[in-house]
Design a protein around this ligand. Structure first.
Ligand code: NAG
Ligand code: NAG
Length: 985
């Protein structure tokens, strides 16, 4: 044991918070510096402390770059805050930021300062995770494509790699340093990601981590802890070289089998012991805890993931984390977004919905509500943040039924106890009843005492409390769960819930002489021996009032409609910050009180009853700025109103009836095509670790600065070759088509798991000419591999990786192209990955403002009758009403027997890659801002028919995925993005 650890042990024993930010020890030395500190952020083995106050971190993952409309970021963050999320965890994407070595661009959707400003405005902490390696199911795991050409091994301390990330880490740190709490919302900076040290595989991993940490510190990350996200609670970077301040680990115990969403895995049972040995001096921080699942090509689609990792999963698994002692957890993902513009790595497709709590179109899923109930509770239970596990087991001494497993948490100098109950297996889908023996200030009690039972449905977990403080009142115990508490006008309010029809028994010591029940009469209350005794079954909302105390009992479905916004701007969402209760709407984003008016901002999806419980001084209420007529609520507390604003689903144009213009997007097959401006492939050696390439010339696209989408090659040879042996790589499902002197040879559709395709193509005798022959190959890529094992896997080449003419001779020249400009791409808004190398992309035909007037009229629904690539363009106008949030999507009609690939460009942004035979995605949401909801839109669609019989698109429709009368930030037209005229002329 090192002396620093000894001090940490001492600190944990006497509960002195550990400070950091004085991490001046050189890399290679372990440890935090201990003692009193002026730092705003501290921690001990129980929890994080911010400004000296313990805080539960209920965080969700969101990647701003997967929603490239900064005016929608506040929408996602407000939705998160509504569900009790007090932190958002973000990956920052090196590859999107530094498309060309040395040219970094932190503007537009890459603007971390703008994101921090939005988070500050909303009042939500930020956990910044800049990598530089992030994994994230993104191309190269976030490493730039140009990194494939350096000799140094990525994620090591090799000089070439360390030099490569210097500018990125420096600029990230300098910007982020200005937003460290309390100057801004950033509370943690995570170094690297899922970086596990395997001595055999990567003996330099820890020095690599230490170098990174030093760079963060030296460039301004001096006030907030550095954290890590260990791939498993194995203790990497909890000590030793590369040690971080706060150790975190990730866990995905729900699995990824979205095809069998009703099969719920069992709970992990190793967190307590694994964490105790991995990180004995820190609190349990689940830096990435499963909040959904990615779906691979040919997967079942994201609705299955949302069901598999849905509200039952959130209920049982997240409460199990609390039972394991976790006081900080971040869900991956909470908003997934979109792999637009070649952001995806080869395993995944365009949607990155992830089955998350907030779905890709920014709509709320069922589990969002479950997460809200838990999030609000954890912030309302400060005693949880000093508690320890006091016992656990099936049946006795806690539950009377051996089918119930209980974990008791408590201690830490206050009398509150928490009992986390669940059934013995997640296979059980039937309810079970029990009583529970609990500790209270009047001794041990077996509850319920006055009849009835505690019921757990299948896959239901409950956290029940005893001696739970709310304001000046104390809940001696409750067999219903606590949602939240607030104190209004000196009166203490607690909200309890159980599933409809389940029994409730709650006792609150009180000096009052009588208790009244208003609202639903399914709950009764009386005062007996200085106790308010509340019993009954939950149905709707019952309000029990006695003295200066109010207990609200709701059935769980009704509790889902409760909101508890703070009425003053604050990151702190604990009960010490004034709040109101709002019941009814789809979403409450914000609340503020000015003299006698309560101003609420939120969303509705139809006529909605509204109830507010606010200070008595509040006489009027506004909703999204308009006053609503309020009357005394028939609940016996608060004010009621009806929100009648209806959001009309917008009428949408029929794309099948639109005027489409069309052009050939594969002119490169013509022998006369002028490729003189293309790159001449001239490399005969490469530092890439994944040769052998075969052939004289290295044809890896990345070697020539092309890192995304598709590539076109033209190889010239003379002589009498009769065929070619061709090898290509492009990731899962990549395909290619080959032409000789304009004549179609063949295609390969690719497959899932494709690393390399090796084909022998035979040249038809009539296709070979005696002089100069030109072979044209068009191929696409599903992104660069990730680098999970730190073994440079992301360097797997893309494009042609080997060639040999059959029948003698060799190529005289190879020309190739990819995205327009390669690394010197001109579109600094949409960034380095948006475009690929199809003619339609290079020529700018996919951009708004392109002049297609000379093109023929032809529609993708007619398609083409041969192998080839065709591009189609159309325009339409939208006029979605003001104040309406109507997420829109493009919906392809699936034709799995057809072999074609389409790219969908919306106003120049590639927002869909549809492969007819590799689904599953047919519906492609496109956010407002990429789509102009109030004006003209230009669409370009490519249709690559890989087969000689041709292809057509059965149908493509514009559909609305909802319509909400919304108080979200207004998106002003299109995001700033350049036109054809600005990019190609
Ligand atoms: C990388 O770390 C290893 C192990 O500590 C060390 O031997 C080596 O010199 C380091 N390399 C560089 C370039 O610093
Ligand atoms: C739950 O069901 C799965 C799949 O049917 C099975 O493998 C597992 O053993 C079951 N677990 C328990 C605890 O019964």
């Amino acid at each position: 044991m090192k002396w620093l650890n000894l001090l940490a042990l001492l600190a944990s024993a006497v509960s002195i918070p550990v400070a950091f930010g004085q991490y001046t020890v050189p890399p290679g030395s372990p440890g935090y510096l201990l003692g009193s500190s002026t730092q705003a952020i501290q921690f001990d083995s129980h929890s994080l402390l911010i400004d000296g106050k313990r805080v539960f971190i209920w965080s969700g993952e969101f990647h701003p770059w997967r929603l490239p409309v900064p005016q929608l970021w506040s929408d996602v963050l407000q939705k998160m805050k509504g569900a009790g999320f007090n932190a958002v965890s973000i990956y920052i994407h090196w590859g999107l930021t530094e498309g060309k070595p040395g040219s970094l661009d932190w503007n537009y959707y890459r603007s971390i300062s703008q994101f921090y400003e939005v988070a500050k405005q909303v009042g939500i902490y930020v956990i910044a995770r800049p990598g530089p390696y992030i994994n994230a199911e993104t191309s190269g795991g976030g490493l730039p494509g140009w990194l494939t050409t350096i000799g140094a091994v990525a994620r090591t301390n090799q000089t070439g790699f360390v030099n490569a990330w210097q500018s990125y880490v420096k600029q990230f740190s300098e910007t982020t340093s200005k937003y460290q709490y309390p100057d801004g919302p950033v509370i943690f900076v995570q170094s690297e990601n899922e970086f596990y040290v395997s001595q055999a595989m990567n003996p330099t991993a820890s020095p690599a981590m230490a170098l990174l940490e030093t760079a963060f510190r030296q460039n301004g990350i001096s006030k907030v802890p550095l954290t890590c996200n260990d791939v498993w609670p194995s203790g990497n970077f909890a000590s030793g070289l590369g040690q971080v301040d706060i150790y975190g680990f990730d866990s995905y115990p729900g699995g990824f089998d979205c095809s069998n969403p009703s099969v719920m895995p069992e709970l992990p049972n190793y967190y307590v012991s694994a964490h105790a040995s991995a990180d004995p001096y820190g609190f349990m921080y689940l830096a990435e805890y499963q909040g959904g699942a990615f779906d691979p090509w040919q997967g079942p689609g994201y609705d299955g993931c949302e069901e598999l990792l849905g509200s039952d999963y959130s209920n049982v698994f997240y409460k199990n984390n609390v039972a394991s002692g976790a006081t900080a957890m971040s869900f991956y993902m909470t908003y997934g977004g979109t792999n637009w513009g070649n952001i995806a790595e080869p395993a995944v497709y365009t949607s990155y919905d992830y089955g998350a709590a907030i779905r890709e179109p920014r709509t709320l899923s069922a589990k969002y509500s479950e997460q809200k109930l838990q999030g609000l509770f954890y912030h309302s239970a400060p005693a949880l943040l000093t508690s320890s596990i006091l016992g656990s087991g099936a049946g006795a001494p806690f539950a009377s039924n051996a089918g119930v497993f209980t974990t008791k948490l408590g201690g830490g100098g206050n009398p509150t106890n928490f009992y986390v109950l669940r059934q013995m297996s997640n296979n059980i889908t039937t309810p079970i009843s029990t009583s529970l023996t609990i500790d209270t200030s009047v001794g041990s009690l077996k509850v319920p005492q006055f009849g009835g039972t505690i019921t757990l449905a299948g896959r239901e977990s409950k956290i029940l409390v005893s001696e739970y403080k709310f304001g000046n009142s104390v809940l001696r115990y409750s067999t219903a769960e606590v949602m939240t508490q607030t104190t209004i006008d000196g009166s203490d309010i607690v909200v309890l819930y159980v599933l409809a029809g389940q029994n409730v028994e709650a006792v609150v010591p009180s000096t009052a002489t009588a208790a009244t029940v208003t609202g639903s009469s399914s709950i009764k209350a009386k005062i007996s021996n200085s106790d308010a005794i509340i019993t009954g079954t939950a149905s709707g909302i019952s309000v029990v009032q006695f003295g200066k105390t109010t207990v609200i009992v709701a059935d769980k479905a009704t509790a889902f409609t409760f909101w508890n916004p703070r009425t003053v701007a604050s990151y702190d969402v604990s009960p010490t910050v004034p709040s109101v209760l709002v019941v009814g709407p789809y979403l409450v984003r914000n609340a503020s009180i000015s003299s006698t008016t309560l101003a609420l901002v939120g969303d509705t999806n139809g006529t909605t009853p509204l109830t507010v419980i606010a200070p008595a001084a509040v006489k009027s209420v506004t909703w999204n700025g308009e006053s609503v007529k309020v009357s005394k609520s028939n609940l016996g507390i608060g004010l009621s109103a009806s929100l009648t604003k209806n959001a009309k689903t917008p009428s949408l144009p029929k794309l099948k009836n639109a005027k489409w213009k069309s052009a050939d997007s594969l002119p490169e097959i013509a022998p006369s095509f002028d490729d003189s401006t293309w790159v001449t492939a001239n490399k005969t050696t490469t530092l890439n670790p994944f040769p052998p390439f075969s052939g004289k010339i290295v044809l890896f696209a990345d070697e020539y600065g092309f890192h995304s989408g598709s590539f076109v090659y033209r190889g010239y040879f003379t002589g009498k070759a009769t065929g070619i042996n061709l090898s290509l790589e492009g990731g899962n499902n990549f395909g290619y088509s080959a032409y000789l002197n304009g004549q179609f040879l063949s295609s390969n559709q690719g497959f899932f798991g494709a690393v390399q395709i090796n084909d022998t193509l035979t040249f038809p005798a009539n296709a070979v000419v005696s002089g100069k022959n030109v072979l044209t190959i068009v191929t696409d890529s599903s992104g660069l591999n990730e680098d999970w094992n730190s073994n440079d896997d992301f360097k797997h080449p893309r494009g042609i990786v080997g060639y040999k003419l059959v029948g003698g001779g060799d190529f005289d020249t190879w020309k190739l192209t990819g995205n327009f400009g390669g690394e010197s791409f001109p579109d600094n808004v949409r960034g380095p990955l948006n475009e690929g190398g199809f003619w339609a992309e290079r020529s700018g035909a996919v951009l708004p403002g392109f002049d297609d007037s000379k093109w023929q009229s032809a529609s993708p629904f007619t398609g083409i009758s041969k192998a080839g690539i065709q591009v189609y363009r159309t325009k339409f106008t939208l006029s979605v009403a003001n104040g309406v949030d109507a997420p829109l999507a493009f919906k392809f009609t699936a034709t799995p027997t057809s072999n074609y690939r389409s790219l969908l460009y919306v106003n120049g942004w590639q927002f869909g890659k549809f492969i007819s035979n590799f689904g599953p995605q047919t519906v492609f949401p496109v956010p407002e801002g990429i789509l102009n909801h109030k004006g003209e839109n230009e669409i370009a669609l490519t249709l690559w028919s890989l087969d000689a019989q041709g292809a057509k698109i059965a149908d493509l429709e514009l559909v609305a995925l909802g319509a909400f009368a919304s108080g979200k930030e207004v998106v002003s037209g299109l995001v700033t993005s350049p036109t054809f005229q600005q990019l190609r002329t």
